[in-house]
Design a protein around this ligand. Structure first.
Ligand SMILES: *[C@@H]1O[C@H](CO)[C@@H](O)[C@H](O)[C@H]1NC(C)=O
Ligand SMILES: *[C@@H]1O[C@H](CO)[C@@H](O)[C@H](O)[C@H]1NC(C)=O
Ligand SMILES: *[C@@H]1O[C@H](CO)[C@@H](O)[C@H](O)[C@H]1NC(C)=O
Ligand SMILES: *[C@@H]1O[C@H](CO)[C@@H](O)[C@H](O)[C@H]1NC(C)=O
Ligand SMILES: *[C@@H]1O[C@H](CO)[C@@H](O)[C@H](O)[C@H]1NC(C)=O
Ligand SMILES: *[C@@H]1O[C@H](CO)[C@@H](O)[C@H](O)[C@H]1NC(C)=O
Ligand SMILES: *[C@@H]1O[C@H](CO)[C@@H](O)[C@H](O)[C@H]1NC(C)=O
Ligand SMILES: *[C@@H]1O[C@H](CO)[C@@H](O)[C@H](O)[C@H]1NC(C)=O
Length: 542
C-alpha cells in the first residue's frame, strides 16, 4: 500500500471579527455568516454542514442536513471525520499519528474573493488520503493563491476508513459511502453557490492522488453529473490501488474485536453504531479500505457497478478535463522505510499485486526486464525501478484514461507533466530528497498555501506559483489553460486529438512535448492489450 503523506502543523482556529456586516449570505441552505481572510482579499465560510451522518447507521449513506433555523456562523473549520490523523511537526521533524475526529464532520469550506464579478467559476477540491484519512485543513490546502484569480474555492470533509469505505454487500452498507458524501457536497455547491456569487453551471471538481481517483469515479458513475469540468492530478479510478473487495464479515469481526460476540450482521451494526468512533478506528487500524463494486439493491442508487476500466463513461461527453502526473512519481518510495524498495521481495510482490497477473513468473520477469538488466546493481538501477513503479501506479493509468476520454464527444483533454524542481516541492521537502525531478504531490506546493513550507520558500517561488495557479484557474474559468499567450505563459497548450498527445511539461520553462515516456507507455499498451482479461479477473479477486 502506498502512503500518501498527510501533513500539517497546528490547527489554527478562525476568530470572527466584530461587526462583520456584509459577510452574511442568504443561501437556500439557510443564512450563513463568514469571516474575512487574514491572508488575502477574500471571505472564508468555514465548517458548513452539507449533510449528516446517520446515527443509526454511521457506515451508511449520508442523510440530508436541514435548513439552518438561525444564522449559521461559519467560523470553525476544526471538525474532521474519524481517522488516525498524521501530523507533521516542522519544529521537531516528527510525524505523530493520533486519533482525531467525530461523526459530525460532513462540512465544507467556501472561499469567496471580494470582487464584484458575478457568476464566478468554482473549484471544488477533493483531498487525497489513501481512503483512510485526510481533511480539508487550510494549513495544508490554503486557498489564497487560487482565489486571487477571482474564482471561488470549495474544500470539504468526507468519511474515509470504515465509515467511508466499508463494503458489506447489504443495502444499508453497499460500499462507497465516502463517494456518496462527496456527491452530496457537490450537490450542495450546485444548489447554493449562486448565493455566494458563483455560477452553478461553472463547476470544476478536482483532486490529487486518491482524491483524484475519486474525482475520476464521479466522471464514470452512471449518476447524473453535476459539474462541467474536472482536474485529475496523479490518480484515476483505473489505478491499481483503487478497487477493493467487499467483505460481508467486516461488521461482525470489528464488533468481536470490541468485545461484542455475535455472528449477526445487524446486531453488530447496532452495537457499532453506539460504539465510539475512536474505538472503531483504533480496532481497524490494520484493515484496508477503499471503493468497491456494489451489489445492486432495490431503492439504492449505486455509485460503482463495474470495474471502472469497463465503464463506457456516458457522463463524459462534453466534459473538459485537465490532468497529469509528475516525472518521478514514486521517487519518494526510495526514502520511505515501508515502501516496496525497503521490504524483502517488495518489488516482486508489488508486481504480483498491482499488475494482477497472478504470480505468472514469466510475465513478471518480462516486465522487470523491460526496465532493468538481469545483473544490474541496485544502487545504479534505482531510478529505473522508480520508473517501473511510477508507470504502474500513476503514469500509465492516467495517460490511458486521458486518451480514452479524449475520444468522447466534445471533450477537451489537457495533459501535463510536472517536472519542476524548486523550493515548494512538497514531498521532496518532507523526505529531504535531493535527486532531480518531481515526486508524488510535489506540484501541490505551488497551488495551495501550506503551513509547513516556510514563507521564505514561498517568496522564492512567486513566479512558479503565478504560472501554475494561472494555468489552473484559466482552465477553471475558461475551460482552456492558455486562452492567450503572455509573458507569464508564453505557450499555447492544446488538448489531445485522435492522433496526437501534446503534453505541457511544467518545468523551469513551459514546454510543449509529445507523448511523454512514449516507449514505456507503448510497452504497457501492448501489455494491456494482450492481458486485459487477466488483469480484470485479478482485480475482481483483490
Ligand atoms: C438511518 O439508518 C437506519 C438504519 O439503517 C435506517 O433505518 C434509516 O432509514 C436511516 N435514516 C435515513 C434518514 O435514511
Ligand atoms: C470548533 O470545533 C471543534 C471541533 O469540532 C470544537 O472542539 C471547538 O470547540 C470549536 N471551536 C469554537 C471556537 O467553536
Ligand atoms: C529537520 O530535518 C532537516 C532535514 O533532514 C534538518 O536539516 C533539520 O536540521 C532538522 N530539524 C530539526 C529541528 O531536527
Ligand atoms: C458463531 O459461529 C461459530 C461457528 O460458525 C459458532 O461456533 C459460535 O458459537 C457462534 N457464536 C455465536 C455468538 O453465535
Ligand atoms: C457537441 O457540440 C456541438 C457544438 O457545440 C453541439 O451541437 C452538440 O450538441 C454537442 N454534443 C454533445 C453530445 O454534447
Ligand atoms: C526502518 O525499518 C526497520 C525495520 O522495520 C527499523 O528497524 C528501522 O528503525 C526503521 N527506520 C526508520 C528510520 O524508521
Ligand atoms: C509466487 O510463486 C512463487 C513460485 O511459484 C512462490 O514461491 C511465491 O510464494 C508466490 N508468491 C505469491 C505472492 O503468491
Ligand atoms: C528556459 O528558457 C530560457 C529562455 O527561453 C532559456 O534561456 C533557458 O535555458 C531555459 N531553461 C531550461 C531549463 O530549459
Amino acid at each position: 500500500m502506498l502512503v500518501y503523506a498527510v501533513i500539517l502543523v497546528v490547527s489554527a482556529r478562525a476568530v470572527p471579527v466584530a461587526g462583520d456586516g456584509g459577510l452574511l449570505v442568504h443561501a437556500p441552505a439557510g443564512t450563513i455568516r463568514g469571516v474575512p481572510a487574514a491572508d488575502g482579499d477574500y471571505v472564508k465560510f468555514l465548517g458548513i454542514p452539507y449533510a449528516r451522518v446517520n446515527a443509526s447507521n454511521p457506515f451508511g449513506a449520508p442523510i440530508p442536513q436541514e435548513k439552518f433555523g438561525k444564522v449559521f456562523d461559519a467560523f470553525n473549520e476544526s471538525a474532521i471525520c474519524p481517522q488516525i490523523k498524521e501530523e507533521y511537526f516542522v519544529l521537531s521533524n516528527k510525524t505523530i499519528d493520533d486519533y482525531d475526529g467525530d461523526l459530525d464532520c460532513l462540512r465544507l469550506n467556501i472561499f469567496v474573493p471580494k470582487s464584484k464579478t458575478r457568476n464566478k467559476a468554482t473549484y471544488i477540491f477533493i483531498f487525497g488520503g489513501n481512503f483512510v484519512n485526510g481533511h480539508s485543513d487550510t494549513n495544508i490546502y490554503g486557498p489564497k493563491n487560487l482565489v486571487r484569480h477571482d474564482i471561488i474555492m470549495v474544500t470539504f470533509n468526507y468519511r474515509s476508513g470504515p465509515y467511508g469505505f466499508m463494503c458489506m454487500d447489504i443495502p444499508e452498507i453497499p460500499g462507497n459511502q465516502g463517494l456518496r458524501d462527496q456527491y452530496a457536497a457537490i450537490e450542495w455547491v450546485r444548489d447554493n453557490i449562486g448565493a455566494f456569487g458563483g455560477d452553478p453551471q461553472k463547476l470544476t471538481i478536482g483532486g490529487h492522488s486518491s482524491g483524484s481517483m475519486l474525482v475520476d469515479m464521479h466522471l464514470l458513475t452512471a449518476r447524473p453529473r453535476q459539474f462541467q469540468q474536472a482536474i485529475l492530478q496523479s490518480g484515476t479510478a483505473t489505478n491499481p490501488s483503487f478497487l477493493h473487495r467487499s467483505d460481508p464479515t467486516t461488521l461482525v469481526s470489528i464488533a468481536r474485536q470490541l468485545g461484542f460476540k455475535t455472528n449477526d450482521t445487524y446486531s453488530a451494526l447496532s452495537f457499532l453504531a453506539e460504539a465510539s468512533p475512536k474505538s472503531v478506528i483504533e480496532a481497524t487500524e490494520k484493515y484496508v479500505w477503499g471503493p468497491c463494486v456494489e451489489k445492486k439493491f432495490d431503492g439504492v442508487a449505486p455509485f460503482i457497478t463495474e470495474d471502472p476500466e469497463l465503464s463506457d463513461g456516458r457522463n463524459l461527453d462534453g466534459l473538459k478535463i485537465l490532468g497529469g502526473f509528475t516525472d518521478r512519481e514514486n521517487m519518494y518510495s526510495l526514502y520511505w522505510n515501508g515502501s516496496v524498495f525497503n521490504v524483502p521481495n517488495g518489488v516482486r510482490n508489488f508486481l504480483i499485486e498491482k499488475i494482477y497477473i497472478q504470480n505468472e513468473s514469466d510475465l513478471l520477469d518480462i516486465v522487470h526486464r523491460f526496465y532493468v538488466d538481469d545483473d544490474a546493481d541496485n544502487e545504479i538501477i534505482k531510478f529505473e525501478m522508480v520508473d517501473m513503479i511510477s508507470d504502474i501506479n500513476y503514469i500509465y493509468p492516467i495517460q490511458r484514461q486521458m486518451t480514452k476520454y479524449s475520444k468522447h464527444i466534445n471533450t477537451s483533454v489537457y495533459l501535463y507533466m510536472f517536472t519542476y524542481d524548486g523550493y515548494l516541492n512538497r514531498m521532496k521537502y518532507l523526505y529531504n530528497i535531493k535527486e532531480a525531478g518531481a515526486t508524488h504531490s510535489d506540484e501541490l506546493g505551488y497551488m495551495f498555501a501550506t503551513k509547513f513550507l516556510s514563507d521564505l520558500r514561498y517568496s522564492k517561488e512567486q513566479r512558479m506559483i503565478d504560472r501554475v495557479t494561472t494555468l489552473w484557474t484559466n482552465f477553471i474559468k475558461y475551460g482552456n489553460p492558455t486562452p492567450v499567450r503572455s509573458e507569464l505563459l508564453p505557450v499555447s497548450w492544446p488538448p489531445l486529438t485522435a492522433d496526437t498527445m501534446p503534453c505541457l511539461q511544467i518545468g523551469a520553462n513551459l514546454t510543449l512535448v509529445s507523448r511523454p515516456f512514449r516507449r514505456r507507455m507503448a510497452f504497457w499498451e501492448l501489455f494491456f492489450d494482450a492481458h486485459l482479461d487477466k488483469i480484470l479477473a485479478g482485480r475482481a479477486q483483490e
